[in-house]
Every structure is written in structure tokens, then in C-alpha cells.
Design a protein around this ligand. Structure first.
Ligand code: NAI
Length: 399
């Protein structure tokens, strides 16, 4: 099968296994050469492990110094599907291959993180491979829907502003076009549904499940990822439905912190930088800001990708020799470089000048698009995309 990029709107419908392998190898290479994480956790559970911050965490903790064993959960399209597997499936496959070579344990659980079946599998895996306990639980799900655990009915998130409609711009990754849009304000139901999907409730229920099954080790920590961003993004993000969900997540971190204090552990919402991932490109109106940010941070030598952010998080923050640095709201911040005034002044200037005609020139649209293609295994110079790929080699009786 010949695999070419198929992009619909902001979603990639195809993925190239060899490019996904390259992306995993590049990240491993980066953390192996980076200043190591010392005193890190040895047994790590990652909920949402196949891409973005979850995958980067897995790679940093396995290969970036502390040599952790990992159990990773994600929900993927398998290779038997028409057109082959999802990028996350290939990432899991190649991560495990590298972990096996390095003698590190990597268990991939492909299933819905919201289902009790997946939770039972995870508890069983912790029992079998981790002597019954985990040291770190990373909650890194990004999804548009979550079933109500009582009725099974789906809550669907709606990423919208609240209390006002906003004139904004969308840039389509499918055909590189710019369009003017009005982002309508969310209603109460949409706001509440987004909190249910992307807020802290499911994170808390995972930690409760693991406490109840006695799977939590002494000193166990948990983190989940958040975004705050500069003022210019607040109407789209922090003051909108997604921001409400993140505030709920921050509050959940406090109650989980109390629960894990019984194990001398802790819980932290970790605020990251805006980065190209499968999830973030989906946020309406954020792309103009992101391409301006990429341009400025790269020019200033401050740009970090997911892997750089995660290596720094575990090494210098969560497992630093000193105390965990937190802000006044008990948030762990690794968005410091993004929010530097010198960065934001230049970003604002670019945004004020950006138009349909110049967005490819005055901002880093090429870099943004290239990272998006890389996420799905495309746009690597080392790979011959005209060569057929043998997908059958990924199909085993168990998948
Ligand atoms: P991503 O889309 O790259 O990763 C999401 C992961 O969740 C994937 O492994 C996917 O398989 C998994 N997943 C989704 N639904 C699932 C389900 N039902 N069952 C099992 N696994 C499922 O997203 P990204 O960007 O890494 O997001 C992770 C977290 O980081 C989110 O909370 C996001 O809001 C947050 N964040 C992202 C930022 C960004 O710029 N990308 C910035 C700051 C925070």
C-alpha cells in the first residue's frame, strides 16, 4: 500500500508507519542526549500515551534518565482498518520495540480510557508487571466526547467562547487557506458538557479507582496538563468552555493532592506551552496565534516541542532535587518561555499585521504544518513516500 497524507480540515486521515517510527526515534535520541532526569519514577501509568504530551512523557521517563517501565493507554485505529492504523497505533508499536531493545517494560493497552473494561485491564497489568503499585500517573487524554458513567450517554465538548461571539480566523491545514469566521458563544449545556469531557472528573475517578484497588505506591504523584496562555488568547481559550474545563481540572488537582497526601504523594495540574498536536490544531481560532508564537520563539532560540517540555518538566520540576516549584494557584508552570513579555510583545505585533495574504510569510505556518505532518509520519526527508508499505506485517492474531 502507498500511503500519502490525507487531511480533512484539521484532521489527518492517514498515517505513515515509517515516519511515525522516525518521530519516536528522534524523540528518544533527543532525551538520551539531554541532561538526564534523576530520581524519577520507576513505574509509570500514562492515560493518553500515544501522542503529544503523553507520548513525550513516556519517552522522557523511559529513555531520558530514570529508565522507567510504563503502561500506556490509548484508543487507536488498528492496522486492519482501511488505510492502515492511526499514528498513535504506530507510535505505540515503535515505542514498545525500542523499549524492548533497551530492556525496559512497555505495556500498551489499546482501549477506551472511560470504560471499566480498560480500567480492569490496567489494574491487572499493574498487578502483573508493577508488583501491584504505580509511582506516577500521567493523565493526558484529549478527546471530544466522554460517556456518562451512569447512563452511557455521551457528553460532547464544544470549544467555544462564553458570553460573547468572537470574530476570528481559521487556517485550514487541508488546503492552507484562511477564512474569517464568527465563533458563536456557547450555551450553558455546551459549557457544562465541555467541563464533563475535559475537566477533572474523569482524572479524579481514575485516581479513586487506583486508590481503591490499592495500586498507588508510597510517594505516588499524578499530573494532568493544562493551558493558560497570554491575554490575547483568553477569549478563545481561558475565558471560553475549554478554559472552564481547565479551571475544573486545576480544582481537581487540589482534592487529589489531599487524597495522595495519605501516600506522601501529590497531584499537580501542569501548565504547558501551546504546541502542535492532534488535539490543539482542532481549537477554533488558535492557529494564527500559534504560528506567530512559533515564529518568535524559534527566532529567539526559545522554541520547545512536546519532548523538550516533558524532559524539562520531569527533570527540573516534578523530580528536581529541590521542592516542586508551583505558582500562587498551586499550578506547575512550564509555559514560562511562551509567556515572556519579550515574546508576547512580538507575537502581538505579528498578529496585528497578519492577514489572509501574508500569514504564510510573516508567521511560521510552514513550521506549523510541517510539525502537523510529522505527527502523522509525513514530511520526513529520509522516507520514500512513493514506496509501498507492507501493512500486513503489523497485523498479528492479537490485534
Ligand atoms: P493528543 O491528541 O496528542 O493526545 C491525546 C491522547 O489521548 C492520545 O494518546 C489519544 O489516543 C488519547 N485518547 C483520546 N481519547 C481516548 C480514549 N477515549 N481512551 C483512551 N485514550 C484516548 O493531545 P495533547 O495535545 O497531547 O493533549 C494532552 C493534554 O494536554 C490535554 O489535556 C490538553 O488539553 C493538554 N494541553 C495541550 C496543549 C497543546 O498545545 N497541545 C497545551 C497545554 C495543555
Amino acid at each position: 500500500m502507498i500511503i500519502k497524507p490525507i487531511i480533512q480540515g484539521m484532521v489527518a486521515r492517514s498515517a505513515h508507519p515509517h515516519g511515525c517510527e522516525q518521530a519516536v526515534l528522534d524523540q528518544i535520541e533527543f532525551v538520551k542526549a539531554a541532561k538526564p532526569i534523576t530520581d524519577g519514577p520507576k513505574r509509570v501509568l500514562i492515560i493518553g500515551a500515544s501522542s503529544g504530551f503523553g507520548l513525550a512523557s513516556r519517552i522522557a521517563l523511559s529513555f531520558g534518565g530514570c529508565e522507567a517501565d510504563t503502561i500506556g493507554i490509548s484508543l487507536e485505529r488498528d492496522p486492519k482498518a482501511k488505510g492502515g492504523a492511526s499514528a498513535g497505533w504506530y507510535n505505540n508499536y515503535y515505542f514498545k520495540q525500542q523499549a524492548d531493545i533497551a530492556g525496559r517494560l512497555a505495556i500498551n493497552i489499546d482501549g477506551d480510557a472511560f470504560s471499566s473494561e480498560t480500567r480492569n485491564k490496567v489494574i491487572e497489568a499493574i498487578e502483573t508487571y508493577f508488583e501491584g503499585e504505580v509511582d506516577l500517573i500521567i493523565y493526558s487524554l484529549a478527546t471530544g466526547a466522554r460517556p456518562n458513567p451512569e447512563t452511557g450517554e455521551l457528553w460532547r465538548s464544544a470549544i467555544k467562547p462564553i458570553g460573547q461571539s468572537i470574530n476570528s480566523n481559521l487556517i485550514s491545514l487541508e488546503d492552507d487557506t484562511w477564512s474569517d469566521v464568527i465563533l458563536e458563544s456557547a450555551n450553558e449545556e455546551e459549557e457544562q458538557a465541555t467541563i464533563k469531557v475535559m475537566g477533572g472528573e474523569d482524572w479524579e475517578s481514575w485516581i479513586d479507582t487506583l486508590i481503591n484497588s490499592e495500586s498507588v505506591a508510597q510517594g505516588c504523584q499524578t499530573i494532568a496538563f493544562s493551558y493558560v496562555g497570554p491575554e490575547v488568547t483568553h477569549p478563545l481559550y481561558l475565558d471560553g468552555t475549554l478554559g472552564r474545563a481547565k479551571i475544573d481540572l486545576h480544582q481537581t488537582s487540589h482534592s487529589l493532592n489531599l487524597k495522595l497526601a495519605n501516600y506522601s504523594g501529590g497531584a499537580y495540574a501542569t501548565v504547558c506551552k501551546a504546541l502542535v498536536t492532534k488535539a490543539s490544531v482542532f481549537i477554533p481560532g488558535l492557529t494564527p496565534y500559534m504560528i506567530a508564537l512559533y515564529k518568535v520563539m524559534k527566532q529567539k532560540g526559545l522554541h520547545e516541542g512536546c519532548i523538550q517540555q516533558m524532559q524539562r518538566l520531569y527533570r527540573d520540576n516534578l523530580y528536581s532535587e529541590n521542592h516542586i516549584p508551583l505558582d500562587g494557584e498551586r499550578l506547575l508552570r512550564i509555559d514560562d518561555l511562551e509567556l515572556k513579555p519579550s515574546v508576547q510583545t512580538e507575537v502581538s505585533k505579528i498578529l496585528s499585521e497578519m492577514t489572509e495574504d501574508n500569514f504564510k510569510e510573516i508567521a511560521d505556518y510552514q513550521g506549523f504544518k510541517s510539525e502537523f505532518l510529522n505527527l502523522n509520519g509525513f514530511n520526513y526527508e529520509t522516507i520514500d513516500y512513493d514506496s509501498p508499505v507492507n501493512i500486513d506485517k503489523f497485523v498479528t492474531p492479537s490485534n
